[in-house]
Design a protein around this ligand. Structure first.
Ligand code: NAP
Length: 329
């Protein structure tokens, strides 16, 4: 049998258990040119909260009573497609279920000889590409720059900080609580870390970056984005990657200090990682090298059991995840 998680209600605020239903169906049968994949891991991503809403942003919302969309990684268990053999490891944008069918388009075959399958949903997958291209392409780091990043102990923030360090930047992180701040400083090598749950963020940024911030990489939005804005240096680059503090609110809180873009002659740009998928190999090559050389550290937080999907998803919003959050199914 095939267990799957359906979206049965549009969440109001934080996604509730009752917004989803776990169902069992028969394992689907493949047609000509198709493959059957047994999913091993589901990636939990903050963007999923947006995908549960009605309408289309950069991607269409998930339909009601349909399996919840997710990046997954698994193994081909049946193949009618000459490009895939039984036993191949693959990853792609699928749904939260144990077995999925694909015609082989828009999925990547991955090499798991020396690299765990799950890493292709994290550091060598969609989030890794977001950090890599978001920082290097949009943030344009230069040696001596001061980089500020929110969500610094999380998947993308931790990687952005570490890549910026390789590029010769001073790196300041923002994270929630003493444990995450200590982790960012001692394990990830952040020069300074601000605890947004206990510090006055705007004041602390000013103290730690008296000449201003050259790059602000934003994962959280809201008041933290405003606090960063007033501390921009001349010519600063603000990269808007996400706004997790706002995803559960019916209405987004907008930017107040936007005139700082004018006085600092700053630029603000958004990134959607999908645009960079054709360049994935560039990022995977560099990230793999840095991992092998010990220049970057990567941490996963794996929860087991497809039935735990709703509660695991909520961990992203309560800050309970330590590193890349995955569900082993
Ligand atoms: P993550 O950082 O591993 O996990 C989410 C973290 O957000 C939590 O651990 C929590 O850390 C923090 N957080 C939650 N609520 C918060 C709040 N109200 N205020 C401040 N921080 C809060 O997640 P991720 O996968 O790396 O994603 C980070 C961001 O990147 C998200 O905004 C996501 O939507 C975005 N993203 C964008 C793209 C793109 O293409 N643009 C692609 C992927 C991801 P603390 O415990 O420190 O609060």
């Amino acid at each position: 049998m095939n267990k799957q998680i359906l979206l049965i209600k549009r969440p109001q605020g934080m996604a509730a258990d009752t917004d989803f239903q776990l169902v069992e169906t028969v394992i689907p049968t493949i047609a000509a040119d198709e493959i059957l994949i047994k999913n091993e891991y589901v990636s939990l991503d903050p963007a999923m909260r947006g995908w549960m809403n009605e309408g289309t942003t950069y991607i269409k919302g998930v339909g009601l009573n349909e399996p919840m969309r997710a990046f997954t990684a698994g193994i081909v268990v049946q193949s009618n497609n000459i490009n895939f053999a039984v036993g191949d490891a693959v990853q792609g944008l699928f749904t939260v279920q144990q077995y999925v069918i694909s015609n082989g388009e828009n999925i990547s075959k991955i090499d798991t000889k020396n690299i765990p399958l799950s890493w292709y949903l994290g550091i060598l997958g969609m989030p890794g590409l977001t950090a890599y291209f978001g920082l290097l392409d949009k943030g344009q780091p230069k040696e001596g720059d001061t980089l500020l990043v929110s969500g610094a102990a999380g998947m993308i923030g931790s990687l952005v900080g570490q890549i910026a360090k390789i590029e010769g930047c001073k790196i300041i992180g923002i994270a929630g609580g003493k444990d995450k701040c200590d982790y960012a400083k001692t394990e990830l090598g952040f020069d300074e870390v601000i605890d947004y749950k206990n510090d006055n963020v705007a004041k602390k940024i000013k103290e730690l970056a008296p000449n201003g911030v050259n790059i602000y990489f934003d994962n959280v939005g809201g008041e933290i984005l405003d606090a960063a804005m007033i501390n921009l240096a001349l010519g600063a680059r603000v990269v808007i990657c996400g706004a997790i503090s706002q995803y559960n609110d019916a209405q987004f809180n907008g930017l107040k200090n936007y005139m700082k873009i004018v006085s600092a002659r700053a630029t603000m740009s958004g990134i959607i990682v999908f645009d960079y998928f054709p360049r994935a190999e560039e990022a995977i090559k560099d990230l793999s090298t840095w991992l092998t050389e010990g220049k970057i550290k990567y941490k996963e937080h794996i929860v087991e059991g497809i039935e735990k999907f709703p509660e695991t998803l909520r961990m992203l919003f309560t800050g309970e995840n330590y590193g890349k959050l995955l569900l082993k199914i």
